[in-house]
Design a protein around this ligand. Structure first.
Ligand code: PLP
Length: 388
């Protein structure tokens, strides 16, 4: 018997990848599956970004870079944050990593462990709870309520802090709900956190550009008094349709940068060099394709919300951000898991059970609208037929 580390028994997973696998198997067996499960833009990476990576390879950028990322890329991030949010950040506080997930992993490793409590959104991105449990820390859910537009109450979150709390994770715009935390609540949260300087915050802002109805883009970086406890995660996966490139970054408190750099060196040395050049081109080049993608997501958002509300037993709020909608399906009489299986196997539509995002996701399904209007229309027609 191999002696596998017992902590790994507590490591969870992300159901979207399992559903993707099942959907691909069904497709190979000849079924036409419409995938509204996976969370990735159905657009190609803009051509000028691809060209920058190809050029970097042709120009001979084949070696390692600094573990935190090449300076020009970190400077481009700083400039981008300044343009978008008028914040002053030093390139020394930026650590570039392969995607959004490594920042999550490192933050939870740093602040986890037995005897600690970590607050995280529920329903929320499943990797938070998985990693918290893996480190032995106690996961404390921040319940996101449908009745509050899946936003959170700063007062309630602050009241959940105990002596054991080491980290609070927030995610806005949210996966899976599409909820956005409004500026008032963020103001209250940031102000309250000033009283807890020994509690770190991981603000997952990977969907920060995907925000609708001209709503203001806010970031916790805009609150300088909590900067020494804030880790702000963002990346290229969603904004530039680059999920497969594996490129992300975080702004870290200065004190933690040496530790995170050591984690990078122990884990991956540095991000693929050509990908880093692509990242520069993405930030510095034309934004027209990203803007057009977001416009299309906005149109689909209107369409999918309206259509979902016309399915018997479904009730759906129009999401304020990201590219997910999270209808309440409890009136259909189906559990989330049953609906997920039924829709995949009978209707050929891949969606994700709300429970994949935590216990508070029971009674919901996540639909990604990173798919064409035609496919969304057909998928919802198939689901309607299936439950009638
Ligand atoms: N954070 C959230 C909220 C996400 O939904 C995702 C991906 O779905 C990530 C982070 C991870 O992004 P990446 O694919 O860049 O690792």
């Amino acid at each position: 018997m191999l002696k596998i580390a017992p902590e790994l028994n507590d490591l969870g997973t992300e159901t979207a990848f399992e559903i993707l696998d099942k959907a691909e198997k069904l497709s190979k067996a000849g079924k036409r599956i419409i995938n509204l499960g996976i969370g990735q833009p159905d657009f190609k990476t803009p051509e000028h970004i691809v060209e920058a990576a190809v050029k970097a390879l042709r120009d001979g950028h084949h070696g390692y870079t600094l573990a935190t990322g090449i300076l020009e890329l970190r400077e481009a991030i700083v400039e981008n944050l300044h343009t978008r949010h008028q914040v002053e950040i030093s390139p020394d506080n930026i650590v570039v990593v392969p995607g959004g997930k490594p920042t999550m992993f490192f933050s939870i490793l740093i602040f986890g462990g037995k005897g600690k409590e970590i607050l995280y959104p529920n329903p929320g991105f499943p990797i938070y709870e998985s990693l918290i449990k893996y480190t032995g820390a106690r996961p404390i859910p921040i319940k996101l309520d449908e009745s509050k537009g899946f936003s959170f109450s700063a007062e309630k979150v602050l009241s959940q802090i105990t002596k054991k709390t080491s980290l609070i994770i927030i995610n806005s715009p949210s996966n899976p709900t599409g909820g956005v935390i409004n500026k008032d609540e963020l103001d209250k949260f940031a102000l309250g956190m000033e009283q807890h300087p020994n509690v770190a915050i991981l603000s997952d802002e990977i969907y920060s550009r995907m925000i609708y109805d001209n709503a203001e883009q806010v970031t916790l970086l805009q609150y300088p008094r909590i900067r020494d406890q804030l880790i702000m995660l963002d990346g290229w996966s969603k904004t530039y349709a680059m999920t497969g490139w594996r490129l992300g970054y975080a702004v870290w408190p200065q004190k933690l940068v040496p530790l995170v750099t050591r984690l990078c060196i122990n884990d991956h040395s540095c991000v693929n060099t050509a990908t880093q050049f692509a990242g520069i081109a993405a930030l510095k080049g034309p934004q027209i394709e990203t803007q057009s993608m977001i416009k299309q997501f906005s149109t689909r958002r209107e369409f999918i919300s309206e259509r979902l509300n016309s399915i018997p037993g479904f009730k759906c709020q129009k999401p304020k951000g990201a590219f997910y909608t999270f209808p309440n399906i409890s009136q259909t009489g189906l559990t989330s898991a049953r609906a997920q299986d039924l829709f995949l196997n009978e209707a050929g539509v891949a969606v994700i059970a709300g429970t994949s995002f935590g216990a508070w996701g029971e009674g919901y399904l996540r639909f990604s609208f990173a798919n064409s209007l035609e496919n969304i229309e057909e998928a919802l027609a198939r689901i309607t037929d299936c439950i009638q």
